[in-house]
Each structure stands twice: as structure tokens, then as C-alpha cells.
Design a protein around this ligand. Structure first.
Ligand code: ADE
Length: 251
């Protein structure tokens, strides 16, 4: 996969992309990430990338010309997705992440200031994504979040491919608790079942923990989860009164 990111602060990306999973994915040749400074495509003598809004009001608006020039120069005639990060976009979830991970190439345009000229939205970008209902100072952190979530889905990025499929949200359920050594920490002991060696019982316990945690913290996720008839009955017995998905695995 190739990812191009357009920003007036490209230096912000060096930390997150230089560590851990993303760094390793780059080293393994699974992803190429190029950051571009939009200012390099500004043509006036002060290399301005923003200007005051027509109609008045506060704040500065990012000018269209440098953004169009930058994206068009790097994209060529590749019809790849060009994604504007903005609180007005569709909200990121694991399904959107999986959809993005299926592309060979992605481009991200990071807005700043009060916003970007509307013509960027209307005539340049092909998608607009928000990472949640809150306002960041710019799209850079949002782009980092999306790139991280996408790259870890690329085959070979984690080194243990089951892990991504088992993640919270990949199955629409939250994960249950995890433990490692020591067996007893400050008097708190690891549940005995995890040391029993009964793989089927461990799997059943984990599944139940996952259901219980989802019920407690994110009952809204149960409406779309794939659940057996027994699991649904158990959730009802625990007080869940919400809907279940029609396509549930009825066994
Ligand atoms: N830019 C500012 N706020 C944002 C958000 N919540 N998501 C994506 N980009 C943003």
C-alpha cells in the first residue's frame, strides 16, 4: 500500500510513523508513507496557505490552489481515494478502517485553521472522515489515527494475524480481560480457568467475559454482533432488552 499525506505540519508525523507497528510495516515493505508539505505548492512570495474568509467572520481558511496543486502533482491520474480529515466527515469505525485497508493507495488531506475552502471538498476530495464528535486543531492527529488502524490490518503487519481478527470491534464485541505473569500481583490472582489447560473451557470463558463486558460498557454493539441463540438467551437473562441482528448465527 502507498499512503500520501498532505499537511502544513508534515514534521508531526515522524514520531508516530517511526515507531512500533507502522515502523516495522514500512521496513517490511508492506506500506510506503509519504508526507508532503502543502506550503511547497504555494506560489505567492510568502508561500501563504491560508487567507481570510469571504463574507467576514473570524479565523483563516486554507486556500484551494496549493492543496489542488499538491494533490494533483502527487496523484497523477491515479483514481485513488483522496480523504479530507474533518469533523464533518463520516465517523471512523472498524468497518471504515477495513474498507480503507483494501485500497492499494490512499491520500489524506489535513485541514487546519477554521477549515478549508469549500471547493476542495466539492471538487478534489472523494471522501471525508471524522475520527469522532470532537474538534481537533487540525486533521494531522486524525490522519495518524486512521493510518495506524489501517496499517495494522495489512497482512504481515502484526506478525500474528489472528490478533487483528480477535480485536475489540473486529467481531463487534469488546475483548475480555487479559493476564500475564506474575500469577499473583499484590494479592490479585489470575483466574484459575486460564491456567487449567482446558482450551475449550478457556475459549468459552473468554467469550462469556467478552459478552459480559460488551453488555456492561457498550450494549449498543450487541445489536450488530453475531451471536448464538444460547448467547442471546444469556444476554436476556442478564437484563439486555435491546435488539439483535437478523443474521445472527442461530445455533
Ligand atoms: N479535524 C478536526 N477535528 C477532526 C475530527 N474530529 N476528525 C477528523 N479531522 C478533524
Amino acid at each position: 500500500m502507498r499512503i500520501d499525506i498532505f499537511s502544513i505540519f508534515p514534521e508531526m508525523f515522524s514520531g508516530p510513523f517511526g515507531a512500533s507497528i507502522i515502523k516495522r510495516a514500512i521496513e517490511r515493505g508492506l506500506v510506503e508513507i509519504h508526507t508532503h508539505n502543502i506550503r511547497d505548492w504555494a506560489t505567492d512570495k510568502h508561500q501563504m496557505t491560508d487567507d481570510t474568509p469571504y463574507g467576514g467572520g473570524g479565523g483563516m481558511i486554507m486556500k484551494p490552489e496549493p492543496i489542488f496543486a499538491a494533490v494533483e502533482a502527487i496523484r497523477g491520474d491515479d483514481p485513488c481515494p483522496v480523504i479530507l480529515l474533518s469533523p464533518q466527515g463520516r465517523v471512523l469505525d472498524q468497518q471504515v478502517v477495513a474498507e480503507l485497508a483494501a485500497h492499494e493507495r490512499l491520500m489524506f488531506v489535513c485541514g487546519r485553521y477554521e477549515g478549508v475552502d469549500e471547493r476542495v471538498r466539492q471538487h478534489l476530495v472523494t471522501d471525508e472522515i471524522s475520527i469522532g464528535d470532537y474538534v481537533l486543531s487540525g486533521g494531522e492527529l486524525a490522519a495518524m489515527v486512521i493510518v495506524d488502524a489501517v496499517v495494522r490490518l495489512l497482512p504481515g503487519a502484526l506478525g500474528h494475524e489472528l490478533a487483528a481478527a480477535e480485536d475489540s470491534h473486529a467481531t463487534a464485541l469488546l475483548e475480555g480481560p487479559h493476564y500475564t505473569r506474575p500469577l499473583v500481583f499484590r494479592g490479585w490472582e489470575v483466574p484459575a480457568i486460564l491456567r487449567s489447560g482446558h482450551h475449550a473451557q478457556v475459549a468459552a470463558w473468554r467469550r462469556r467475559q467478552s459478552l459480559q463486558r460488551t453488555l456492561e460498557r457498550r450494549p449498543d454493539l450487541l445489536a450488530t454482533a453475531s451471536l448464538s441463540a444460547e448467547e442471546r438467551a444469556w444476554l436476556r437473562s442478564q437484563g439486555y432488552t435491546g435488539p439483535f441482528a437478523h443474521d445472527s448465527n442461530d445455533t
